[in-house]
Unconditional design. Sequence first.
Lengths: 435, 317, 298
Amino acid sequence: MDIRWSLVASVALSLAYTGGASAQQAPAADAPPVKLGIVTFLSGPAASPFGVPSRNGAEIVIEALNAGKAPAPYNTVGFGGTKIEAKYVDEAGSTAQVVTEFRNLVQRDKMDAVVGYISSGSCLAVTPVAEELQALTVYFDCGTPRIFEEKARKYVFRPPPHATMDNTAAARFLLAKKKDIKLLSGINQNYAWGQDSWRDFVGAMKALAPKAAVDKELMPKLFAGEYGAEISTLLTSKSEALHTSFWDGDLESFVYQSQARGLSRRMPILGTAVESVIWRLKDKLPDGTIVGARGANGPLAPDNAYSRWFKQIYTERYNSPPNYPAYQMALSLLGLKVAWESAQKKKGSGKPTTDEVVASFEGISFDAPSGLVRMALGNGHQGIQDTAYGIYKFNKQKNEGEVVDIMRFPAECVNPPAGQNADDWIRDGMKGAKC
Amino acid sequence: MTMPARSSLLGALAFIAVAAVAPWMPPWLVSLATIAFANALVVLGLIILWRTGLVPFGQALFYAIGAYAVALIGRYTSVRDVFVVILAGAIFAGIAAYLVGFLLARYREIFFAMLSLAMSMILYGILVKTETLGSTDGFHVEAGTFFGYRPQGVWLNLSIYWLVLGFSAVMAWLVSLYFRSVAGSLSNPIRDNEIRVEFLGISVDRLIHLKLVVSGILAGIGGALAALAVQHVDPAMAYWTTSGGFVFVTILAGAGSVGAAFVGSLVFELVRSIAIDLVPGEWQMILGTVLLLTILFLPEGLGSLYGRLRRRKDAAS
Amino acid sequence: MLTAFAIVTDGLVYAAYLFLVAVGLTLIFGVMKILNVTHGSFYAFGAYGAATAAGIWFDRGLPDAGGFLFMALFAMAIGLLIGIIIERGTLRFVYGRDEVVVVLVTYAIFLILEDVIVLIWGPRSYAAYQPMVAAGSIDVGDLTLSIYDIGLVVLAGVVAAAGRWALKYTRYGRLLTVVIFDRETAAAYGINVTVVYTVTFLIGAMLGALGGAVMAPKISVTLGIGVEVIVLAFAVVAIGGMGSVEGALIGALIVGISRAAAVHLVPQLELFVIYAVMALVLGFRPYGLFSQVQPRKI
């Protein structure tokens, strides 16, 4: 039996490792920095569309904040005069690994806050652990409304809106453009995100246009790659629009293959996450595609000081405009900054405690590149925002895609009222929507 | 002292030592070790099969069944006692292993691996299609109680850790007994030459069916413990890469001894966690390199290190 | 009627895709008895290589016709290169070890190569759509078919026929058949098994890369494409019988047609089709449809 010595060795190894890690983080400046753990996909298929842009967004915003160069009121250095130090962690791996890494960030690395998580599964798994460890955790992307609906949370916040509004707004936009639509189809990936998106969309359409029927309901598996059979099925349909929540790789593959077979001549695509690919697809994305960006992000962003600033610094550094995960990361960091600084002001001086930041985070409003954010749902833990949809048009002179015909929807029009479950709200006909 | 007795004693001492130091271990290491030891039970089951020459690429099937059994009991009933729910996980996984065993026990080599993979992927597909259970997002697992006592705060993690250790100790002891039984001793002969074993009047298919059920139960317990520790279950627990991870640890540990499963699993989790920390974008490369070097230079796994050391000592004296 | 026609054409296209990604795998398994997980890496490297080649070629405005050939050759050259590195660098040290251990070696290399892709090409995705756009489409009734897809079916047929011809009628092919049937006897008759192994592995690697190259125009070349292909190729090969080229062809056809039928008739089942077919076939023919007779040693 060898376990004795190897165990001693592994424990010693890990202790030595912890020692090394904390020695590395010896403060360079006089005040210890605010430590943020940033978790996002750095490997796997979600890295290129979501993980890397959001990491870039975090890097550039943190750099600007540390230099005190963001537009007012965000022009104080770091968080309340203290510089921010970020550590980036990969979200890829099993749920057990994601939870283990979260614990490592909080307990081993003693992060002041964790900002992250793209997958809804990660968020659902991390939430109870964050509550247990009383660790301030800010989600920047994961879409599921379940987090604050299942239970009231104290330490967990999600400043960007959840995914419900993507599909309720999509239905409203489609009906604004095609009042008498009779038949529509959908192609969504067979996993939680695709299933939820399709259910929300069909539910919203039923409430708003009871006469519109669903023809084809396609659910290929995630990362299927080859969509020949799906495209043939759609070619035999008389649908007037095709709803999809495809993103990045699958979306691009589907667009290439369906373009080659003339599907866009039969029905336009209504894509809730199309924005993430328009800079790459250029003229391969058919004109007339309805573009969603999971909120008023990217080309749908309102023209204000923050959106101009963010777009400029991001484009200068990375040579491509930011996409929606980058916007949502920027939004989340700015929200955390507002909460942190108001807690600090209340306290008078010194670093605010986690509980103090949590108390001043609840229910705040702040400006972000994608417009005003109000932490209105989930007892002030879940943000809502106005959203927008538009129509894609390729500009040959500029060799660049444009989104035209943009239509904005107020937050209260496309989000459930506080205290109501998103699924039930849609099923009951979206009562109380203020449009 | 005889060899087995000495091993059991050493093993028991090691478990007591690992349990006793827990309150002084950093909390993140406790959580990491909890997952590592829960997974080690699955690896223990794989070692049983590997001694016979069988390597399933679908052991995640039973792992996920154990985990979902615990999660579903928590969701739909008021039963919370950890021993009851883990027993349920073990039973469901055992039944599943018994049923698929009728098909799987006829297969060998790579065909066995492929068919078990297909089985686990069918379960994965079913779980993904079950939208009421959150599809790929999965759902929360209710915290367990210990005979009515509900641990809070730091004690929650520690009690789950001790629970995992307790199960590990009992299972390790039972499996080492099994290895010394007639059925267990026949593993290597089956691997070397099945027909000769048949000629001894023993049904190889039935023996393999038995091993499948045993390894399925172990995987079910591992999954149940992992569900309680992580407090979340999702269909990825049944995906083939999860099975691949277990096979990875089995090779890292080696089939030599029961204890190696636990050490191998802990080393695996530590290497992975440290790699993620140091090179967040390229940690898979480090894992792959460790696996490759192990196979090339430590063909019998980490477990063989101790044997080598002892032989060297014996030769010196 | 239209649906039946669509099922057949879609099934054929999907089968062609499956066959092209599975044929290299089955060849390597047949000869070397290695279930090669790095096949997914060959596919991914082939796709990335083809995308790079497409960039080089089409950015210079060179004619479309040569572009596809250049992409395929470029991809196969990359396949050859990493094939040599893997076989000479690691695999030859583990010949003769337990089959499963060798699988794990290829799994380890696969993990490493996944990150090598990130190091070479970065985490962004690539496109190589030009050949498919250039090929155009034809209308058959209400359906529009892509000519590139038809070309894919023809290519799969050519590869299958060439494979069969090479195995049956060339000197090297017959040597290969001998090694497939019994390695030890082949060695005893003076066949240099090591060379046969190396050559087979390289051909398999090039076929895997070719699979990636022909799919590159249809998909977004991005991280993780290799993982998806591995299980798909394994399933096709297991259904057809490990190591049989005819088997891979039939397996690909069965899976392709079943999947197309599922998408058209009961789309909810699409997720299960491939595994259900695999479990069903293996339930009746434990070693696949075209498995060779296994001698048992007493």
